[in-house]
Design a protein around this ligand. Structure first.
Ligand code: GLN
Length: 511
């Protein structure tokens, strides 16, 4: 019974909750049991809630009282540790925030609670969301449920692994340069980065404020739409929040799954995207997904985006610049850790000792890089130039979207690499973000959905779709349409083939 419950999509679970066939306490218990059984191996969670069952019981009671509840009330949710919560610590994967309790909930968390979602816990991540593997977490890496020796992506590897390992049906992530989409790609899950300003950043511990965006990580496109409907929309606490009235993204996904949205859809394929940098199985899966769309009447259009190749270089100046400023608040006075050196400590020496002990190597690397790029003598040469490149990339998108409805790319150049493989080579780690970064630089939405398994290693591959700003609904329509086609051709969801599901049917162990 509980094995059945963890296998359900959020949409199917919500239907059973609404009909009274299953209680939220039962569903929550099933997921807590799953976490207890497998998370020692996966390490998706940094903290598991000790009162999830109480929250679930409250939802069950309200339902029994006849209260009108939202469409996903009673469904469990995993929350990336970058999002602050009043009832669980929020560390952003860093020592400097160990045990930190926020006095307020992030808006996306408050909205999740108001919708009756049941927070299961906080998920692991690269420290302050800097990384593509979770290996930069101060609390040890997360393991990919498809192969425990491999990375689950990053920075939001915990959220993606939790969803892929059936520890949670829904998870919240954040995406500054790909941290929702790349983990989705390497774990066979769905992840969407909304249009910049579409989802509140209030209470999301800032990495790079002009790039950060919170979004859903799930196993199906419809589930992502359901969660996006809960968390999205204007928030007066976030000055960059758009005031748009958004359509229902769940409805868009449903329309995509049953409609004929691929017929006549113009899908842009970037001519400059170097096939050579991509693992053969990734390129092959991408081409096969495009062919499947073409067979349904989609029109493939070659487009030019000549500045995309400079995206990584521009991003790794803009991001460190903003991060160096955002992380200045971790000063030993206002939040978390304080280390007092021996001798006669001064404000400066306490601050220095705290930051020395509290930040990991990657965070220090980016603070130094960002401070340098912003320094008076180098501002124009580095930060200023990077901002110009950002504008050129935005223009590439503008001219591409004059010709096509969506752009398609592989979600990342390789499948999940091995833990330890790139940790000592930051450049290799950064290059993994080549296809995801442009969307953040331009503020446009992007989704990654599973496109299959790479033939050489049997690991998941994702296809990414990008749409013009504000057209997130288009990504749900197209994503759900392709998902329906592919799942049909596979004879069932991709995750059915993951070793972890075979374990889910039997004992709790993953390995
Ligand atoms: N891998 C990217 C980085 O290291 C993405 C980070 C993110 O999206 N939070 O910056």
């Amino acid at each position: 019974m509980s094995t059945e419950l963890i296998r359900l999509s959020a949409a199917d679970l919500a239907a059973k909750l609404a009909s009274g066939e299953v209680s939220s306490v039962e569903a929550t218990q099933a997921h807590l049991d799953r976490i207890a059984a497998v998370d020692a191996d996966i390490h998706a969670f940094l903290h598991v809630s000790d009162h999830a069952l109480q929250v679930a019981a409250d939802v069950d009671r309200r339902r029994a009282d006849g209260e009108a509840l939202g469409p996903v009330a009673g469904v469990p949710l995993a929350i990336k540790d970058v999002l602050v919560t009043t009832d669980m610590p929020s560390t952003s994967g860093s020592r400097i925030l160990e045990g930190y309790l926020s006095p307020f909930d992030a808006t996306v968390v408050a909205r999740s609670r108001a919708a009756g979602l049941v927070p299961l816990g906080k998920t692991n991540m690269d420290e302050f969301a800097m990384g593509s593997s979770t290996e930069h977490s101060a609390y040890g890496p997360t393991h990919n449920p498809w192969d425990l020796d491999r990375i689950p992506g990053g920075s939001g590897g915990g959220s993606a692994a939790a969803v892929a390992a059936f520890e949670a049906p829904l998870a919240l992530g954040s995406d500054t340069g790909g941290s929702i989409r790349q983990p989705a790609h390497v774990t066979g899950t769905v992840g969407l980065k909304p249009t910049y300003g579409g989802v509140s950043r209030y209470g999301a511990i800032a990495l790079a404020s002009s790039l950060d965006q919170v979004g859903p990580v799930t196993r199906t496109v419809l589930d992502a739409g359901l969660l996006h409907d809960v968390i999205g929309g204007h928030d007066p606490h976030d000055s960059t929040s758009l005031t748009d009235r958004w359509p229902s993204f769940a409805d868009a996904a449903r329309e995509g799954a049953r409609g004929d949205v691929l017929r006549g859809l113009r899908v842009g394929v970037i001519s400059e995207l170097p096939d050579s940098g991509f693992q053969p199985g990734v390129s092959k899966s991408f081409r096969a997904a495009l062919a499947a769309m073409e067979a349904q009447g989609a029109e493939l259009v070659e487009i030019s985006a000549p500045h995309f190749e400079y995206g990584v270089a521009a991003y790794y100046l803009i991001l460190p610049a903003e991060a160096s400023s955002n992380l200045a608040k971790f000063d030993s006075v206002r939040f978390g850790l304080r280390v007092t050196p021996s001798g006669t400590p001064t404000v400066e020496s306490v601050m220095a000792a705290t930051r020395e002990a509290g930040f990991g190597d990657e965070v220090k690397r980016r603070i130094i890089l960002g401070t340098y790029a912003l320094s008076a003598g180098y501002y124009d040469a580095y930060y200023g130039s990077a901002q110009k490149v950002r504008t050129l990339i935005q223009r590439d998108f503008d001219s591409a979207f004059a010709q096509v409805d969506v752009i398609a790319t592989p979600s990342a150049p390789t499948t999940a690499f091995r833990l330890g493989e790139k940790i000592d080579d930051p450049m290799q780690m950064y290059l993994n973000d080549v296809t995801t970064i442009p969307a953040n630089l331009a503020g446009v939405p992007g989704i990654s959905i599973p496109s299959g398994l790479a033939e050489e290693d049997g690991l998941p591959v994702g296809i990414q779709f990008l749409a013009p700003a504000r057209q997130d609904a288009q990504l749900y329509r197209v994503g759900a349409a392709l998902e329906a086609l592919l799942v049909d051709s596979w004879g069932g969801p991709l995750l059915d083939r993951a070793p972890v599901l075979r374990q889910a049917q039997g004992a709790g162990e993953v390995a």
